[in-house]
Design a protein around this ligand. Structure first.
Ligand code: SF4
Length: 588
């Protein structure tokens, strides 16, 4: 369906839940990056790690090269990619003095094990797959010279007469093709044993995009041009009679053709990084605004500017400061809110510049925004930092001193200030940022101090249980928000060796901890007024716990996609707490 100017407002965007790195590719990329970030000496991959030019570029930048010729290369570590290799190739590497880091996908290992077992029993092995695909080449190596590759049903005619054989599939094989070949095999050679070894990740991806294609006008398939599984996704879409736009990055988007459509699906191959998908999603998301006319486009641009410059987040910090004051039972004052706003604005802008390498991968749109607006953003950071300190000074010498200390900690976060001898788990710690998980925890603590602690200290220098509780509550809210964005940024953080909490603990464990924290604070908010820790506004703050829990749930269930609108929703959390506080003040 083509969009006219009225329905342009309604362009529906749907991102496939299964798009992006599959388990095996993610694992292989993580293994290589961890090796590159921690190990000394040459690191090679045995063939290109995955069929994705962006990831290969990053690996090259980190000094990870592709091993082309064993004899001419300096010995070092060689990472076996997710596709696996024939056993003979592994042995040759060991004999040549290389250390092997095996990143073969566990699901590919399972197929190799099946083949080995039956080949030892004298069975021939028929592999349904692409003859030249590295995974198939690797699998053939386990068949003890009795392997045959079938790419089309017609290839079955070329098989020699076989008495005993097993049939397996390349893990990324098209499910329909495998079924049609095995049906023919079952009719002609009923005594062959068939193992459907197509990876469920591939099956799910294909099934999802098939279903998606039925409900959209076109599907954008993101992934390397040479990636077999990405090509197959585009084929599946076309089989459903729907146009497929196979692109490697947002630069290849046919915006003119896409902006006329009412509904678009986006999927991505198993070797496509998150940041590439995110960029494509954001570019398409912005198209209707450009087509709607000046006013809508201006609103969109303002919203984008507020979000990318962190100004909206900074206003959120001011809002949180206002809420904390009301929770503590002290009169909210403008100076505290402005101090929190200015501190957060300054630190977050500077951190985007200091950590620009990670920003480049996690959020290329933000990175180019910072490149284009460098002078204005740097000025904003310096001015807001100065205003924040001035406000703290106006609030008293203790708030000023505390703000100076946490500002310095923020500024020196990535600077080598720790003596070389200091280590954690064998890892050299020279900067605060080298401490695993420090980024997530320190940002949250700084928020807690600035929004919860300093307004209190400006009124009384006594450290009370109320001040501690309210600061902790603010820290928890900021922690959940920061950890949540860290989860979204895991791929980029890993590339630059930034060990955020989700990288140290893993995504699932981090989400579990966030949920537990929310439950604990839900209970604490219920009891806090009874224990005279806070005012009764704590009951209103239960709503903010539900707000962030709903965001987490929407993310986990894939109800929303991390684009502009979603990020805006997350950052609105702090504004939401202030709205609840304002209403509470009016009504209670
Ligand atoms: S598609 Fe499946 S088998 Fe292949 S690397 Fe990914 S998870 Fe492993």
């Amino acid at each position: 369906m083509v969009n006219d100017s009225k329905t342009r407002r309604m362009m529906k965007l749907k991102l496939a839940k299964t798009s992006g790195f599959c388990m095996g590719v993610r694992r292989a990329v993580e293994i290589v990056l961890d090796a590159a970030n921690r190990q000394q000496g040459p690191i090679y991959t045995y063939g290109p790690l995955i069929h994705n030019p962006q990831v290969l570029e990053i690996l090259a930048e980190k000094g990870v090269t592709v091993l082309d010729d064993i004899s001419g290369a300096k010995p070092g570590s060689v990472v076996i990619r997710a596709h696996g290799v024939p056993p003979r190739a592994k042995q040759a590497l060991v004999d040549a003095g290389f250390t092997i880091i095996d990143a073969t996908c566990p699901r590919v290992i399972k197929v190799q094990t099946i083949i080995s077992k039956y080949a030892r029993q004298g069975c021939a092995v028929i592999i349904v797959g692409d003859k030249d695909h590295p995974e198939v080449v690797g699998l053939l190596g386990y068949a003890k010279g009795m392997g045959y590759v079938i790419s089309h049903p017609e290839d079955l005619d070329k098989l020699p007469s076989l008495e005993r054989a097993i049939v397996v599939a390349q893990t990324t094989q098209d499910g329909h093709l495998f079924d049609s070949i095995t049906r023919t095999i079952a009719a002609r050679f009923p005594y062959f044993k068939v193992f459907n070894t197509i990876c469920d990740s591939t099956l799910k991806r294909q099934a999802e995009v098939r279903e998606m294609a039925k409900n959209v006008d076109a599907v954008v398939v993101v992934g390397g041009r040479n990636s077999g599984n990405t090509q197959r996704l585009a084929q599946v879409v076309e089989q459903e009679g729907v146009p497929a736009f196979h692109i490697e990055s947002e630069a290849e988007l046919d915006c003119k053709a896409i902006e006329t459509l009412a509904s678009i699906g986006i999927t991505a191959g198993a070797s496509t990084p998150n940041w590439v998908i995110k960029n494509v999603y954001r570019t398409i998301e912005a198209l209707p605004y450009q087509a709607r006319g000046r006013r809508d486009l201006t609103v969109f641009r303002i919203q984008r500017w507020l979000l990318l410059s962190n100004l909206y987040l900074a206003v959120g910090a001011g809002c949180l400061s206002y809420t904390c004051a009301l929770l503590s039972g002290i009169r909210p004052d403008f100076a505290s809110a402005l101090m929190a706003t200015c501190y957060v604005l300054s630190m977050h802008i500077l951190n985007n510049f200091i950590g620009r390498e990670a920003v480049r991968y996690n959020d290329p749109d933000r990175a180019s925004f910072y490149d284009h607006n460098r002078p204005i953003l740097l000025t904003l950071a310096i001015v807001s930092g100065a205003v924040g300190l001035f406000m703290a000074f106006a609030l008293g010498s203790v708030p000023f001193l505390v703000l100076c200390i946490i500002s310095l900690l923020g500024l020196f976060y990535k600077v080598k200030i720790i003596p070389e001898l200091f280590r954690i788990g064998g890892k050299k710690i020279q900067r605060i940022s080298d401490v695993p998980g420090s980024k997530t925890v320190l940002i949250a603590l700084a928020w807690g101090v600035v929004t919860g602690g300093l307004p209190h200290l400006s009124v009384s220098l006594q450290i009370t249980t109320t001040m501690i509780f309210v600061s902790l509550w603010a820290s928890v809210i900021a922690f959940v928000r920061t950890a949540f964005f860290d989860i979204l940024d895991m791929q980029g953080d890993r590339i630059v060796g930034q060990e955020s909490l989700p990288i140290v603990l893993g995504e699932k464990k981090t989400v579990r901890i966030l949920k537990q924290l929310l439950v604990i604070f839900l209970a604490a908010l219920i009891f806090a007024p009874m224990m005279h820790l806070t005012t009764t506004l704590a009951y209103g703050m239960i709503l903010s716990v539900f707000y962030i829990a709903a965001v987490l749930m929407a993310f986990e269930q894939h109800w929303v996609v991390p684009g502009f609108r979603f990020e805006f929703l997350v950052e609105t959390l702090f504004v939401f707490t202030a709205m609840v506080s304002g209403l509470w003040q009016l009504l209670v």
